[in-house]
Design a protein around this ligand. Structure first.
Ligand SMILES: Nc1ncnc2c1ncn2[C@@H]1O[C@H](COP(=O)(O)OP(=O)(O)OP(=O)(O)O)[C@@H](O)[C@H]1O
Ligand SMILES: *[C@@H]1O[C@H](CO)[C@@H](O)[C@H](O)[C@H]1NC(C)=O
Ligand SMILES: [Mg+2]
Length: 269
């Protein structure tokens, strides 16, 4: 707030200075200070939403949010907390943050993506910098795939040019046409620039039911062996799922996979 103090000082000094300085140049100086003040980004961002500026995400707040709102899901909490906070605090990430959330229906994938969005932008999903695409809603017709592809690439490009810290959430990835996934893939890679735009600060979140059965099977095995579900480790999931499910065309390969366990732990036997 150095500028603020300077402005205040000028205002206080103004009556004294009037005698010494011509009124016109004083007026110009004051106007200069005031416009500087108004365009000062942090101050401006107190009143309006800004691209990645409003407040930087706090790991502690995100952790508290996840712990208090998201029931269970110890694996997802850990991966999301680490990945998101590390990414936001990195001033020069090598590639965009890409999270692929997998799990059975109703396990909290949309719920978590909302929590992430709200921790980065005050407006959450309604923010101008957060874009939600639902495969079956926004891209329903297989015959229009070429149109969707061009449109989606233009949108991602346009929005990231306007705000590097843009968030894109793709829901129902498992129902998304493979051609469209190919259209997103180039943005997810380790490119410095693509046609003059850098995507390295952007965040892509994919939601999918793909692999849900396998995730549930792993949880079921633990349950059968009398172990707590909290004992399930990330590597148990990776071991059970990496080869088969996620090497398919509907999951881009540079993503961090986040596993959501089915909520009802007692299976119907
Ligand atoms: N782990 C959870 N903790 C707290 N609330 C949850 C959890 N899972 C689901 N819910 C509640 O259930 C609602 C539905 O969950 P959500 O829409 O996130 O499911 P989903 O994983 O996206 O399912 P689908 O695959 O069907 O889209 C959420 O709005 C939330 O209120
Ligand atoms: C940003 O994305 C939205 C869709 O969420 C789209 O309507 C809009 O045109 C995009 N903006 C630019 C500049 O491409
Ligand atoms: Mg959902």
């Amino acid at each position: 707030m150095r500028l603020g103090r300077a402005a205040l000082g000028l205002l206080l000094l103004a009556p004294l200075a009037v005698r010494a300085v011509e009124p016109i140049s004083l007026g110009l100086a004051l106007a200069g200070v005031l416009t500087g003040y108004i365009s000062y980004p942090r101050l401006y961002c107190l009143f309006a939403e800004c691209c990645g500026q409003k407040r930087s995400l706090s790991r502690e707040v995100l952790q508290k949010d996840l712990d208090s709102k998201l029931f269970g899901q110890h694996l997802a909490k850990k991966v999301i907390l680490n990945a998101v906070s590390a990414f936001i605090s990195n001033p020069k990430p090598k590639k965009p943050l890409t999270l692929s959330l997998h799990g059975w229906t109703g396990t909290g994938k949309n719920f978590v993506s909302r929590i992430i969005a709200e921790n980065i932008y005050e407006g959450g999903l309604n923010s101008n910098y957060v874009h939600l695409f639902v495969a079956t809603l926004h891209f329903p017709h297989a015959s229009s795939i070429t149109l969707y592809k061009d449109q989606l690439q233009l949108w991602i490009r346009g929005n990231v040019s306007a705000c590097a810290r843009s968030i894109f959430i793709f829901d129902e990835m498992d129902k998304m046409h493979a051609g469209l996934i190919d259209a997103i893939k180039p943005f997810l890679d380790y490119y410095d620039h693509l046609d003059g735009v850098s995507y390295q600060k952007a965040i892509f979140i994919f939601l999918s039911n793909a692999g849900a059965e396998r995730i549930t099977d792993v949880a079921l095995d633990f349950w059968r062996n009398g172990k707590q579900r909290e004992e399930i480790k990330l590597r148990d999931m990776e071991h059970a799922l990496s080869v088969s499910v996620f090497n398919n065309k509907n999951t881009p390969d540079t993503v961090d996979i986040v596993y959501f366990l089915a909520c009802r732990s007692v299976p119907q036997l």
